[in-house]
Structures are given as structure tokens and as C-alpha cells.
Design a protein around this ligand. Structure first.
Ligand code: GAR
Length: 207
């Protein structure tokens, strides 16, 4: 069984999707063993506690810089024997020391079809504001491995979602979550835990 550690910062609906999938027996070969929040009082922590999952709060504001924060996080990840680290609405920038320690073992869910609307400054609701500003007809979500390049790691799964003419950033965010993020994140986690993912020439192959 692989130990899955989930990193959160906010509401935690993606964490909830993982917990629900786990409770339905859909995460094969892995178990969520710890949830770490970079924000005190994040609702995601309540979701973990309600399901008997260990929680750790490591507030970013208690650290002077990214490197100091990243080293403290790394220490916890090692103590928890993390086999897979999942960014589920984790909004804190980490130093490369973390992803270098866990190559192709950290995954992120991003609320757009990478390489559109991604990279520095594209997070949360802002991603959907930019998609609406551009007038794209299709958007969606991407699950990818975390590398030193922001939102640039090998793509594991993507799912498209139609944009409606009357969408607001909020309605689009909700639909992208419901129709894409909450489906492809648990699926990618299960594929990883079943050892069905390999990365060749920076591209993901699924057995
Ligand atoms: C989700 O839409 C997630 O994809 C996004 O933040 C939201 C968190 O919601 N993440 C990013 O934008 C990362 N670049 P949640 O806390 O309810 O899962």
C-alpha cells in the first residue's frame, strides 16, 4: 500500500473527491495517510478529521522564505514515509528541493487545459477569469507531475469542459471541478498507486 500525503490550503473539495473515491474502494494500492495544510483553519482539515485522517498544519506565514518552509515540509514528508504527494488546491510555492527529492512522485491538479492558462499567477478563480476574458469555448482540468517548472511537468490526465456564454468565473469554476477535477484527480492517484504510470521522454504512458 502506498502512503498518499495530500497538501491543501483551502476548501478542500479535491481532497473530498479523493476521500470519497477511497471510501468507494476506487483508490487501488494506496491510502491517504496524512493531510498537510499551509493555512491555519483551512476547511480541508475538517474534511480530513471527519474521515479519521491525520492532519498537520504548517503555516507558510511562520517561515521567512520558501526554502525554510520547503525544508520543514520535506522533514514532515519523510517522517510520514510519503510515496505519493498530491497538491489538492495547494497554493504555496515550494523551493525545488521538494520536487527534486520526489521526482515523478508529486502530482498537481490544475483548473485548465495545460498549456493554456497556467504558470505563475494562474491559480484558483483567476484561471477561470482569464479563460472567460479570452473567450475560449473549451476549458477543463489537468493532472500533471510537479517539476521545477510551474505547471510544466508531464501531463497524466486531462478532461475538457464546455464554456457557456453566460458563465461567470464562479459558475465555470464549479463546473470544471464537478465535471473534470473531481474525476481525473482520483483516477490519476489510483493509476499511480497501481504502478500503471511511467514517464518516458517527459511524456506519461499509462499501462
Ligand atoms: C481547485 O480548482 C484547484 O484546481 C485549484 O484551486 C482550487 C482548489 O479548490 N488549484 C490551482 O489553481 C493550483 N494552481 P479545493 O481546495 O476546493 O480543492
Amino acid at each position: 500500500m502506498k502512503n498518499i500525503v495530500v497538501l491543501v490550503s483551502g476548501g478542500g473539495t479535491n481532497l473530498q473527491a479523493l476521500i470519497d473515491a477511497q471510501n468507494r474502494g476506487e483508490i487501488k494500492g494506496g491510502k491517504i495517510t496524512c493531510v498537510i495544510s499551509s493555512k491555519e483553519g483551512a476547511f480541508a482539515l475538517e474534511r480530513a478529521k471527519n474521515n479519521g485522517i491525520k492532519t498537520v498544519t504548517l503555516p507558510r506565514k511562520h517561515f521567512s522564505d520558501n526554502l525554510a518552509y520547503s525544508k520543514a515540509l520535506l522533514k514532515i514528508l519523510k517522517e510520514q514515509n510519503a510515496d505519493l504527494i498530491v497538491y489538492a488546491g495547494f497554493m504555496t510555492i515550494l523551493d525545488d528541493v521538494v520536487c527534486n527529492e520526489y521526482p515523478n512522485k508529486m502530482i498537481n491538479v490544475h483548473p485548465a487545459l495545460i498549456p493554456s492558462f497556467c504558470g505563475k499567477g494562474f491559480y484558483g478563480l483567476r484561471v477561470h477569469e482569464k479563460a472567460l476574458e479570452k473567450g475560449v469555448k473549451l476549458t477543463g482540468a489537468t493532472v500533471h507531475f510537479v517539476t521545477a517548472e510551474c505547471d510544466g511537468g508531464p501531463i497524466i490526465l486531462q478532461k475538457a469542459v464546455e464554456v457557456r456564454q453566460d458563465d461567470t468565473p464562479q459558475t465555470l469554476q464549479k463546473r470544471v471541478m464537478e465535471e473534470a477535477e473531481w474525476k481525473i484527480l482520483p483516477k490519476a492517484v489510483s493509476l499511480f498507486c497501481e504502478d500503471r504510470i511511467s514517464v518516458i521522454d517527459n511524456k506519461v504512458h499509462i499501462d
